[in-house]
Design a protein around this ligand. Structure first.
Ligand SMILES: Cc1cc2nc3c(=O)[nH]c(=O)nc-3n(C[C@H](O)[C@H](O)[C@H](O)COP(=O)(O)OP(=O)(O)OC[C@H]3O[C@@H](n4cnc5c(N)ncnc54)[C@H](O)[C@@H]3O)c2cc1C
Length: 486
């Protein structure tokens, strides 16, 4: 066997980033993917002249994608154009007011001021999040917090400077309420908890830092839609010789002492000097490297929320932006539904994402592609037909009451994605979007490490391990693994 042979399990963004990084290190890389195509949660589909991004819609830290091209001396712009959106999100509040969150920080502050809210409080808040991010991101996101060397190294030392401001014992909501009083800004900033599928009433206030990424570093979008990220990376991967085996699920690992020597797909064994798993970590310990106690331990931990999405081809031209939020009147009840009763609240917050606003070919002339998402509980065997029917009525009513549009009159075609579908499509336990939830102070430390304590050449990337879910964090996990493989 050649010395540097890497097998990557799963062709989602986490697996693909790991494949590219190892190829850049001179490994002979094969990616095993049980589905017919790459992408995992980052997928797309077309229907009757409409194109829809199926999963992720928000793109932060594009520099992490760019790094993958730079590794091979290539220019990302030759593979995908990334544009800066003038507005991060268009927010509609239950009291009938509207705040447009402009990407330009000063323009956003003007908007806040015009809405009657406290401009200075927002300015200070965002400065604080910028300070926290710049001092702690290296520690929490770009290094392994499961290695003692991180604590004594530069990243650990730097993060000490911000320790007193980290707010680990307050919840996001409590901190936001203290900062903004009764203003709509509380709901606006609480919403960032959903960027990793958490509950702002329980998640540590440290996570308020997520707002920094959109408000201080800009809102980005691939010029041909979110799937453009996957297409560009796949093109690069093919050019640099990464091999892909689709319809090829990994069924086990071959081990010898403290080494993994290969991966098994049914009757075939593929030798490997390094294995990187990028599938859901809980199922990995059930299906690929069976370990009952580990599996049970991971199953017990609370999962992140899931999503219910209506993909609607609509024959209308709206005044909406790319990203739009129609807030519910009882945010707390929604999160209680998501994490306690595992059902939908009566009044729902809607997220409407329309790529047609920047990608004209994504819908026919005079039409738009509406991706209407509500946060959903994980799949614990609910009657989804019943839940979807109830939620759909609430969604249609909300659109009518906030936008004044009888949307049912304009829908030309519809596809629905439930938590159960997400689980089946991507092998994510209970359809959770971001692995385990980040609702506790210790959640970051309890995530599975990027390495195996038992096997020296087994590593982990993707949204269910450190540092967490979402495209940037999956890319960060591959970066951490890259640095561990000498
Ligand atoms: C509806 C939705 C909205 C989201 N919104 C955002 C957003 O706006 N911004 C953001 O940054 N993130 C968002 N996310 C989260 C983001 O999509 C994920 O964190 C990220 O794509 C996960 O990538 P991954 O590589 O870890 O896993 P996945 O994308 O789940 O890929 C895992 C792959 O492994 C394959 N696999 C499973 N088992 C095996 C096996 N035994 N052998 C071989 N292959 C196997 C699966 O088929 C799959 O292709 C969203 C996700 C969803 C579903």
């Amino acid at each position: 066997m050649k010395e540097k042979v890497a097998c990557i399990i799963g062709a989602g963004i986490g697996g693909l980033a790991a494949a590219l990084r190892l190829a850049a290190k001179g490994f002979d890389v094969t990616v095993f993917e049980k589905s017919t195509e790459p992408g995992g949660k980052l997928a797309q589909f077309g229907k009757d002249g409409y194109r829809f991004d199926m999963g992720p819609s928000l793109f932060t830290l594009p520099g992490l994608v760019e790094e993958l091209f730079t590794l091979f001396g290539k220019n990302m712009q030759d593979y995908m154009q990334v544009i800066e959106l003038p507005m991060t999100c268009n927010y509609f509040f239950p009291d009938g007011s509207n705040i447009r969150a402009w990407s330009d920080p000063d323009q956003f502050l003007d908007e806040v001021q015009n809405s009657g809210a406290d401009r200075h409080a927002v300015e200070q808040y965002l400065e604080k999040q910028a300070f926290l991010y710049s001092n702690t991101a290296d520690f929490f996101l770009f290094n392994s917090i499961h290695k003692p060397s991180t604590y004594v190294g530069e990243a650990g030392q730097k993060s000490l400077k911000a320790l007193h401001k980290l707010d680990v014992f307050s919840s996001m909501h409590r901190r936001n309420q203290k900062t903004f009083g009764e203003s709509n800004l509380v709901q606006l900033f609480d919403r960032y908890a959903t960027y990793n599928g958490s509950d702002p009433y329980r998640a540590p206030a440290t996570l308020n830092m997520i707002a920094h990424l959109e408000h201080n570093t800009g809102a980005w979008f691939p010029a041909n839609g979110m799937y453009g990220i996957m297409s560009a990376l796949m093109k690069l991967a093919h050019e640099v010789g990464v091999r892909f085996l689709f319809n090829t699920g990994v069924t086990g690992l071959v081990t010898s002492g403290r080494q993994v020597t290969g991966v098994r797909t049914g009757d075939c064994v593929y030798p490997a000097s390094v294995v990187v798993n990028s599938t859901d970590i809980t199922l990995f310990y059930r299906d690929i490297l069976p370990n009952k106690s580990m599996y049970r331990k991971l199953m017990k931990r609370e999962r992140s929320s899931s999503a219910l999405i209506f993909y609607w081809g609509v024959k209308l031209q709206s005044d909406l932006d790319v990203h739009n939020i129609l807030f519910s009147s009882d945010y707390k009840a929604e999160f209680k539904g998501l994490f306690k009763t595992k059902t939908f609240a009566n009044d729902l917050t809607l997220y409407i994402f329309i790529t047609k606003k920047v990608v004209p070919e994504d819908a026919p002339n005079g039409c738009e592609n509406w991706f209407v998402m509500v946060n959903a509980p994980e799949n614990v065997g609910q009657d989804w037909e019943e839940e979807v029917s109830r939620a759909r009525k609430a969604v249609v009513a909300k659109i009518k009451s906030v936008l004044g549009v009888e949307i049912d009159n304009f829908i030309e075609n519809e596809r629905i994605l439930t938590p159960e579908d997400i689980e089946q499509r991507t092998g994510s336990v209970n359809g959770s979007l971001y692995g385990h939830s980040s609702n506790s102070t210790l959640a970051a430390f309890l995530r599975h490490p990027n390495f195996s304590r038992k096997y020296r050449n087994l590593f982990f990337t993707g949204g269910s391990v450190h540092p967490g879910g979402g495209i940037p964090l999956c890319l960060a996990s591959a970066k951490i693994v890259d640095e561990m493989i000498v």
